[in-house]
Design a protein around this ligand. Structure first.
Ligand code: B4P
Length: 192
């Protein structure tokens, strides 16, 4: 398997690029944001718990998210590879993911980190709010909190994988197609 993490701040385009990478390479997509939103839509107990955190721009507790990811890995033993989108978001999640993959004699091959300036992230979230219906996009205080959470809790994930030499940074500013092309080049360089 070839397993990738698509990393970046909120609104950096992880979901947008994941869709295209999956169509091209056939990864199994694991977006914790999408999984949580589908739990919320289904009004499950997990979803109700997660909603309170997400609406405030906070991270959902690690154990909830890790359990969800474990389910998807266990139920997809024969895929080309996993594309983790928006996960891990804390160092504890990164360590848990490594342990989950080790159980299946797998590991993370590459982390692609999207680099986008903060002002652009805010513009994108404001625009997404017009169509997404996402309550966490609509409020400027929540947007700022999410960027703060990224800096305080999530950036450590990049340092964690960097110690193993697994991180490649890609410019996330520009057209969706140009960024996709840069990401594809990195995947092709690492998987040959
Ligand atoms: P996510 O669902 O992961 O979403 P995101 O980080 O906000 O956005 P993404 O980077 O995917 O951006 P997108 O492609 O949509 O997280 C939501 C919440 O879920 C978190 O705040 C947290 O509460 C919770 N959560 C999720 N995972 C968790 C975890 N592991 N642990 C704990 N909590 C977790 O792009 C944004 C916008 O930009 C779109 O409108 C898009 O059209 C536009 N765009 C994309 N590329 C562009 C480009 N090149 N130019 C201009 N616009 C572009």
């Amino acid at each position: 398997m070839f397993n990738i993490i698509l990393f970046g701040p909120p609104g950096s385009g992880k979901g947008t690029q994941s869709e295209k990478l999956i169509a091209k390479y056939g990864f199994k997509h694991i977006s914790t944001g999408d999984l949580l939103r589908s739990e919320i839509a289904g009004k499950t107990e997990l979803g109700l718990k997660a909603k309170a955190f997400m609406d405030e721009g906070k991270l959902v507790p690690d154990e909830v998210v890790i359990g969800m990811v474990d389910n998807v890995i266990v139920n997809n033993p024969a895929v080309y590879g996993f594309l983790f989108d928006g996960f891990p978001r804390t160092k504890a999640q990164a360590e848990a993911l490594d342990a989950l993959l080790r159980k299946h004699e797998e590991n993370i091959n590459l982390m692609l980190a999207l680099d986008v300036p903060e002002e652009e992230l805010i513009v994108r979230m404001i625009n997404r709010a017009k169509t997404s219906g996402r309550t966490d996009d609509a409020d400027s205080e929540v947007q700022k909190r999410r960027i703060g959470v990224y800096k305080n809790e999530t950036l450590a994930v990049a340092s964690y994988y960097d110690q193993f030499g697994k991180v490649t940074t890609v410019n996330g500013l520009g057209s969706v197609d140009d960024i996709f092309s840069a990401l594809s080049t990195e995947i092709d360089n690492h998987y040959s």
